[in-house]
Design a protein around this ligand. Structure first.
Ligand code: ADP
Ligand code: TZD
Ligand code: MG
Length: 578
């Protein structure tokens, strides 16, 4: 029925089926397979959340938008579909923006949908409720930003957001939906027709044959080759192809933090425990979904040694090539396609890497593992990081399908090295920025998206950035076990104020009992002082699936400044007498 009929015959209006902005947004998301929304309700999107829930979308309400945003971002990483975060205008939007920027930095596909105030008032700066030019603010912090003004454009707006988030290098997308849009009415049939199901949202990108040949030629000339797997490789979900390439080539591999488990850390070709030697002495390095950023010392300097080095880089983003050093063989394409092409190129002429290189790395690795072993068995009270992590290492060994979330400084750096991972996409952490505050958002989304038990290993400081979400974990009754490494502060718990007036800047209330926070919301709280107690408590939590928070008492003197990256702290050269 046309809109004209409406004006001609008033009784026909009752027959005309109508839809509105609310329903079109929900229908557009559902049409594109979005099953979950993470957010915080309020004007103007409260009803959008309610209606989405009524229509069968899972709507997970958080206590703070940053945590909802982090949940959406990691949902994107885990599923290759954009995670959706829904917020209110100005302050809610800004709270979500950190997560959107972090998702973009980490190449996680995410869409931040924020309600916004009336354009006419915002643009004249007349002081609307929560007035802010959100689109302009979001633009430099994400991959793409769109605003929808007409209900008839919702389908296109959502489609563009989805395609922008997942195609090419994945990232964060902002979608601005002004309050007025939601109650705009249109004919239901026309509305349904206006929706767009995104076809092939992240198309395969096949590498050029001569680029593949160039890379294979470089690789075949290698005497000390190394493969570095990054979180792009984990994201790509090309697990079998990657494994086949690594194993067929026989080349030692090194996983970046979130690529751990793509091949098990206990794999005979893993050079994880011989990292320094592998980086320094390799001559040809194949980067698969890993950037030569600060986490790899920009591909130069002491870390990489003096010997000339050739890089082969596999990445979907052409601009990544030569970002820090010359890339001898750029391979632009999606990891699944590129690695399959490389694998196909390892024909009869391929020779396994020289035995002396492989042996050197294996010897170094075994030495380092043996050196570490006794420290991981120490059953002292208070615990040090190694003793506590030794217990958690066994937990993950026994439960390899559990998801490990990890943040902190010492708690992060030492857990990364000590806890072996066995399956892809099971280790989720602070990523490219080293950002604190991802913990509870990641844990919640990991539990919801995968249905697997989650173990969140958190520094006491790190936990504080998202700690209020323990209520959310209890409310949704999620199988999340949080272990707080409580060393009374940031890095260590011993800082003092030289003037004697206040606490030192890095210390917290001594001997806090974070476990009581969980009890406040009906979850299980446990205080542990030895690795044995810690192991028992985690096992009980994982067996029961009940929300649990374990306060693990760690020696406040055990940590080091900034964990493993203390060298990044600027040093003052001035010593004041005062
Ligand atoms: P890490 O921190 O683990 O080293 P980075 O986040 O630095 O990993 O790098 C991930 C890289 O993976 C990014 O450069 C990104 O463009 C790339 N990437 C992500 N998904 C794909 C994909 N499907 N195919 C190819 N490259 C990808
Ligand atoms: N704020 C944000 C958003 N991200 C950060 N990385 C920091 C501040 C600085 N920072 C670190 O880099 S680690 C860390 C902070 C505050 C906390 C370290 O303390 P912790 O871990 O208790 O979490 P350990 O085990 O005591 O070292
Ligand atoms: Mg701490």
């Amino acid at each position: 029925m046309s809109a004209l009929a409406h004006s001609i015959d008033p009784s026909a209006a009752a027959e005309q089926e109508l839809t509105d902005g609310f329903h079109l947004v929900i229908d557009a998301l559902k049409l594109n397979g979005i099953e979950t929304i993470y957010g915080v309700p309020g004007i103007p999107i409260t009803d959008l959340g309610r209606m989405a829930q009524a229509e069968g979308i899972r709507v997970v309400s958080f206590r703070h938008e940053q945590n909802a945003g982090n949940a959406a971002a990691i949902a994107g990483f885990l599923t290759k579909k954009p995670g959706v975060c829904l917020t209110v205008s100005a302050p809610g939007f800004l709270n979500g923006l950190t997560a959107l920027a972090n998702a973009t930095t980490n190449c996680f596909p995410m869409i931040l949908i924020s309600g916004s105030s009336e354009r006419e008032i915002v643009d004249l700066q007349q002081g609307d409720y929560e007035e802010m030019d959100q689109l302009a603010i979001a633009k430099p912090l994400c991959k793409a930003a769109f605003r929808v003004l007409h209900a008839a454009d919702i389908g296109i707006g959502v489609a563009r957001a989805i395609r922008a988030a997942v195609s090419g290098r994945p990232g964060g997308v902002y979608l601005d939906l002004p309050a007025k849009l939601f109650s705009q009415v249109m004919d239901a049939e026309a509305g349904a027709k206006s929706l767009v199901k995104v076809i092939d949202p992240a198309p395969a990108q096949i590498p050029a044959p001569d680029a593949v040949k160039r890379a294979l030629d470089v690789l075949k000339g290698a005497k000390r080759p190394l493969i570095i797997l990054g979180k792009g490789a984990a994201y790509a979900q090309a697990d079998e192809t990657i494994r086949a390439f690594v194993e067929t080539s026989g080349i030692p591999f090194l996983p970046m933090s979130m690529a751990k488990g793509l091949l098990p850390d206990t794999h005979p070709q893993s050079a994880g425990a011989a990292r320094s030697t592998a980086l320094k002495d390799s001559d040809v390095v194949v980067l698969i979904g890993a950037r030569l950023n600060w986490l790899l010392s920009h591909g130069k300097g002491k870390t990489w040694g003096d010997a000339p080095k050739k890089f082969i880089q596999v990445d979907i983003e052409p601009k990544e090539m030569d970002s820090n050093v010359e890339i001898a063989a750029p391979l632009v394409g999606d990891i699944g396609s590129v690695v399959a092409a490389l694998l196909a190129g390892l024909d009869g002429t391929w020779q396994a890497p020289p035995a002396d290189w492989v042996n050197t790395l294996n010897t170094k690795r075994d030495e380092n593992i043996a050196k570490m072993a006794p420290r991981l068995m120490k059953n002292s009270a208070p615990m040090d990081f190694h003793g506590a992590l030794g217990a958690l290492r066994t937990v993950i060994k026994e439960r390899p399908d559990a998801i490990l979330v990890n943040e902190g400084a010492n708690t992060l750096d030492l857990a990364r090295g000590i806890i072996d991972m066995y399956q892809p996409r099971k280790r989720l952490d602070v990523g490219t920025w080293g950002v604190m505050g991802i913990g509870m958002g990641f844990a919640i989304a990991a539990a919801i998206e995968t249905g697997k038990p989650v173990l969140a290993v958190e520094g006491d400081s790190a936990f504080g950035f998202s700690g209020m979400e323990v209520e959310t974990i209890c409310r949704y009754n999620l199988p999340v076990c949080i272990v707080i490494f409580n060393n009374n502060g940031i890095y260590r718990g011993l800082d003092t104020d030289p003037t004697g007036r206040d606490p030192g800047t890095t210390v917290f209330v001594k001997d806090s009992r974070y476990d009581k926070m969980m009890e406040a919301f009906g979850g299980v709280g446990v205080n542990v002082t030895t690795p044995d107690e810690l192991k028992r408590a985690v096992d009980a939590a994982m067996d029961s699936g009940r929300p649990t928070l374990i306060n693990a008492v760690i020696d406040p003197a055990a940590g080091t400044e900034s964990g493993r990256i203390g060298n990044l702290n600027p040093q003052s050269v001035v010593k004041r007498k005062s």
